[in-house]
Design a protein around this ligand. Structure first.
Ligand code: HEC
Length: 201
């Protein structure tokens, strides 16, 4: 008998004999360990109500990010200067875009070309003459015409930021958009953000 080779077994096939070399303990541990792990993992992530997925993680991180951004914004006003300032920075338009995608795209179209709501990418408006009007319509709606009021559903900062995003769609001429409705209005003013807000990460 050889210590490293194990015991020579009795049986022989065509004169060939073999050593008894059982798989080592660590191998069995790994083998059963991975099976048990997969069962626990599968049960937890597929059947438990405490499971999370990458979408939840993304939403949580995004909310935390927006909370930080909104903290930097302080309390926004829905006036021309504030909205024009937000429109000058890509970062805030992105925040507005996410509010838009969740709440507005189903009626105004993902690209803003309009579905049952009007096209936001032309120069004609039905209820809007100024940037402040965009905020006012978002907040109060045109309820009898099918535009909901958002003042009870979105926070004020969200309404101001989404108003800036919607106004920024003007002139983008979304492909397949609805024909213009209302009257062509004067161009929106340009603006800048206060530095303290502009530097927020
Ligand atoms: C249920 C459908 C619906 C949803 C959701 C919706 N809208 Fe509207 N929206 C409309 C309709 C319909 C009008 C046109 C009202 C009218 O005829 O005066 C409108 C008009 C507007 C206008 C004025 C456009 C103009 O030409 O005067 C703005 C601005 C606007 N919506 C922004 C938004 C924003 C921002 C959101 C998301 C927070 C949103 N809407 C969500 C249906 C919707």
């Amino acid at each position: 008998m050889n210590a490293t080779r194990g015991k020579l077994l009795e049986h022989a096939v065509d004169g060939i004999r073999e050593y008894d070399n059982p798989t080592p303990g660590w191998w069995h541990l790994l083998f059963w360990g991975t099976i048990i792990f997969s069962a626990v993992y599968g049960a937890f992530f597929h059947f438990s109500e405490f499971a999370w997925d990458e979408r939840d993680t993304h939403t949580r991180e995004q909310s935390a990010y927006y909370a930080r951004l909104f903290g930097a914004l302080g309390d926004l006003e829905g006036d021309d200067a504030t909205i024009a300032g937000l429109m000058s920075e890509e970062k805030w338009l992105k925040v507005g875009h996410s509010v838009y995608a969740r709440n507005c795209a189903q009626c105004h179209g993902a690209e803003g070309g309009g579905i049952n709501g009007p096209n936001m990418t032309d120069d004609a408006y039905k209820n809007v003459k100024t940037l402040a009007d965009v905020y006012k319509i978002v907040s109060e709606g045109v309820v009898e015409k099918g535009m909901p009021a958002w003042n009870n559903r979105l926070q004020k900062n969200e309404r101001v930021v989404v108003a800036a995003f919607v106004a920024s769609l003007r002139g983008k001429a979304a492909a397949g958009g609805k024909p213009p409705e209302g009257e062509v209005i004067a161009p929106f003013p340009k603006g800048t953000m206060p530095a303290k807000v502009s530097e927020a990460k």
